[in-house]
Design a protein around this ligand. Structure first.
Ligand SMILES: C[S@@+](CC[C@H](N)C(=O)[O-])C[C@H]1O[C@@H](n2cnc3c(N)ncnc32)[C@H](O)[C@@H]1O
Length: 194
């Protein structure tokens, strides 16, 4: 079975274009087979995007997939964007989606934070649950280490995927974990870095 976080060169392409709206601003995204939420922006991803308050400075879209979160937020709030993922197939789409939505970004192939230097004012994550708890927790820990003082980490998680356990882990790491949204079993968390 092919997982969306593995690059499978034997997988046949199935490119799909679709629109996404943030208020009156429209975006066009291209997705492909073998990436998360092929064919449309995932509902949890949408809740994350729509519940994040206005941001400033630099944003890391961690585990960016085809890039929706970072591209929308960078365009709406004029952010300096970095996008990273472990799957090269997803990154090729993120680059294409940046270009077709006129958003500039640094796009990095990275297993968790292995190739990510520096610190950011905000980091977003819809975690790769199927990659396992150790990967998800490594992403949480790396986020803490890569935030500027006063920086914010935004995570969306489903209750059925362990959102409440994740909230405990995030509270241990950051000393805080606010709930920005709770809807139909989906939580959007906000953590403030000290
Ligand atoms: C749930 S998807 C979210 C994708 C995208 N952010 C979205 O919301 O549409 C999680 C992403 O994490 C990536 N991922 C999985 N393991 C990773 C790792 N070890 N390091 C970085 N990214 C990883 C996957 O390839 C996938 O694109």
């Amino acid at each position: 079975m092919t997982h969306y976080f593995l690059d499978d060169p034997t997988l046949a392409d199935d490119y799909r274009d679709f629109m996404y709206y943030y208020g009156e601003t429209s975006f066009v995204f291209t997705s492909n087979s073998g990436v998360f939420s092929h064919g449309g922006v995932d509902e949890a991803t949408n809740l994350l995007i729509k519940n994040i308050p206005p941001l400033r400075g630099s944003l890391l879209d961690l585990g960016c997939g085809y890039g929706a979160i970072g591209i929308v937020l960078a365009k709406m709030f004029a952010l300096t964007l970095t996008q990273s993922d472990v799957n090269p197939r997803a990154l090729r789409l993120a680059e294409k989606n940046c270009a077709q939505n006129n958003v500039a970004a640094t796009v990095l192939l990275s297993d968790c934070f292995a190739n990510i230097g520096g610190k950011f004012d905000a980091i977003t994550l819809n975690p790769p649950i199927h990659a396992g708890k150790s990967v998800v927790y490594a992403l949480f820990e790396g986020a803490k280490a890569h935030l500027n003082a006063g920086g914010r980490f935004y995570v969306v998680m489903l209750e059925k995927h362990g959102a409440k356990t994740a909230a405990k882990k995030l509270t241990e790491l950051f000393g805080n974990c606010g709930i920005l949204c709770r809807k139909k079993g989906v939580f959007v968390f906000e953590m403030l870095a000290g």
